[in-house]
Design a protein around this ligand. Structure first.
Ligand SMILES: [Zn+2]
Length: 164
């Protein structure tokens, strides 16, 4: 369930990002310890610049875990699987459409570009993990895979045991 952003959340997110957060709409997921893990952002920044990434991973510990996964070359392997696995490609297409529909419901940007490489490539696992944490399992297949791959380092789904 998305929650309104409190002043305390805003301060936490500024610390997490190292800069004031922009275009915040809601807290889309929290680490079990309580701090924001994923925020939902507006399709445009306050100055009108399009910001197509609807769900943004803010927890620096989770972001660092995902960065380690990305460094292993996983995204090329995932992209290659899209060409040979029709079911996966269809699920990824649906993830793209769902993401776009949710964003367009807030404000259409007049284009179909979503985030993370959807629907044809896998370019950013942070985006996919954020999508899965915000919308639950079964929506984004690569977000779901990322959750599973992180599980050994992230057994409780909380960043607390993770070394920052
Ligand atoms: Zn966290």
């Amino acid at each position: 369930m998305f929650e309104p952003v409190t002043e305390a959340d805003r301060e936490t997110i500024a610390q997490q990002l190292g800069r004031p957060p922009r275009a915040l709409r809601a807290i889309a997921a929290r680490c079990p310890s309580g701090h924001p893990a994923v925020v939902q952002t507006s399709p445009r920044l306050e100055n009108g610049t399009p910001f197509p990434t609807l769900y943004y991973l803010t927890c620096p510990r989770l972001a660092s875990l995902v960065g380690r996964l990305e460094a292993s070359g996983l995204m090329k392997e995932m992209t290659d699987r899209l060409a040979v696995d029709d079911e996966l490609a269809a699920a990824y297409q649906r993830a793209h459409e769902s993401y776009l529909a949710q964003r367009d419901a807030i404000e259409p940007l007049g284009h179909q570009v979503t985030a993370g490489g959807m629907p044809g490539r896998v370019k950013c696992l942070h985006v996919h993990l954020a999508h899965t944490l915000a919308c639950g399992p079964g929506v984004n297949p690569f977000g779901d895979e990322t959750v599973e791959l992180l599980r050994p380092d992230w057994p409780s789904g909380d960043c607390a045991p993770v070394i920052p």
